[in-house]
Ligand binder design. Structure first.
Ligand code: NAP
Length: 242
C-alpha cells in the first residue's frame, strides 16, 4: 500500500488533493483541526475511489500535537511509509500591518511555516530511509508577489517557498523531490468573503480557479512523470502573475 498525508485535507484544496491522490491509488491520511464532519465526508469520497483512508486529527500549529499524533501513528505503523506529503493546511487573518496584533501574526506564521517545519521534519526521516518521497507545499501568489493587508500570510508563504528550495537541495540525491504549488484565487471557504465578480476582471482567465485544478498539479508532482522536478514553484493562478 502507498501512503499519502494531506494536512488540512478536510475542506477546499486539501479535500480535492485527497480525492486526487486516492484516484492514484494512495491510502490517504486526512488531517484536519476542527471540522470533523467535513473530514468524514472527505474520507467517504476517498473510499469511493476504491482505496482506504483514515482521519488523523492534529493542529499543524502545535508541535506537541504533531509529535504525539503523527509521531504516534508512525511509531504504531513502522511498516508503513508516507511516500507523499502535502503540506496544505493554512489560514489567513488579514489586516494592515500597522494594526496587526501579535496573535494575528503568530497564528498565520505558526500554521503555514511552523506546520511545514514540524510535520515535514517528522515525515522526511522515514522517506530518507526508504530513499523515496514527494513533498508538495501549497503556498500562494501572496508569497511570490506580496499582497497588501497580508504581511503575515505573505511572509509565511514566502518562508515556505524558501524552505522548499533549500530542502529540495538537501535531499535531492536521496530520491525525494520537494516542490511548491502557488494558487491564485481559488473557490473555497477561504475566499468565500471575496467578490469574484469584481476580482475576476484582473484575472486573465476571467474566473476563480477550482480546488480540482490545484489538485491536478499536485497529482502531477506526486506522479512518476515529475521525478526530475525539484525545488520548483508552480503557479496555478489563471495567468494572474508568474
Ligand atoms: P480552506 O477551505 O479554509 O480549508 C483549510 C483547511 O486547512 C481545512 O481542512 C482546515 O481544517 C485545515 N486547517 C486549517 N488550520 C489548520 C491547522 N492549524 N491544523 C490542521 N488543519 C488546519 O482553505 P483552502 O482555500 O482550501 O486553502 C488550502 C491551502 O491553500 C492553504 O494553505 C491556503 O493558504 C492555500 N491557498 C489558498 C488559496 C485560495 O484562493 N483558496 C490561494 C492560495 C493559497 P478544518 O476543517 O478542521 O478547519
Amino acid at each position: 500500500m502507498k501512503f499519502a498525508l494531506v494536512t488540512g485535507g478536510s475542506r477546499g484544496i486539501g479535500k480535492a488533493v485527497c480525492i486526487r491522490l486516492a484516484s492514484m491509488g494512495y491510502h490517504v491520511l486526512i488531517n484536519y483541526r476542527s471540522n470533523e464532519a467535513e473530514a468524514l465526508q472527505t474520507l467517504a469520497l476517498v473510499k469511493e475511489k476504491g482505496v482506504e483512508g483514515e482521519i488523523i486529527r492534529f493542529d499543524v500549529a502545535d508541535k506537541e500535537q504533531i509529535i504525539a499524533t503523527l509521531g504516534g501513528w508512525m511509531e504504531a505503523n513502522p511498516d508503513k511509509t508516507i511516500e507523499v506529503l502535502v503540506n496544505n493546511a493554512g489560514i489567513r487573518d488579514d489586516g494592515l500591518m500597522m494594526w496587526m496584533k501579535d496573535e494575528q501574526w503568530n497564528r498565520v506564521i505558526d500554521t503555514s511555516l511552523g506546520g511545514f517545519f514540524y510535520v515535514t521534519r517528522l515525515v522526511v526521516n522515514s522517506m530518507l530511509m526508504k530513499k523515496k518521497g514527494r513533498i508538495i507545499n501549497i503556498v500562494s501568489l501572496s508569497g511570490l508577489k506580496g499582497m497588501a493587508g497580508q504581511t503575515n500570510y505573505s511572509a509565511a508563504k514566502a518562508g515556505v517557498i524558501g524552505a522548499t528550495k533549500a530542502l529540495a537541495q538537501e535531499i535531492a540525491r536521496k530520491g525525494i523531490t520537494v516542490n511548491a504549488v502557488a494558487p491564485g484565487f481559488i473557490k473555497t471557504d477561504m475566499t468565500s468573503d471575496l467578490n469574484e465578480n469584481e476580482l475576476k476582471a484582473m484575472i486573465p482567465v476571467k474566473r476563480f480557479g477550482t480546488p480540482e485544478e490545484v489538485a491536478s498539479t499536485v497529482g502531477f508532482l506526486a506522479s512518476e512523470g515529475a521525478s526530475y522536478i525539484t525545488g520548483e514553484v508552480i503557479s496555478v493562478n489563471g495567468g494572474l502573475y508568474s
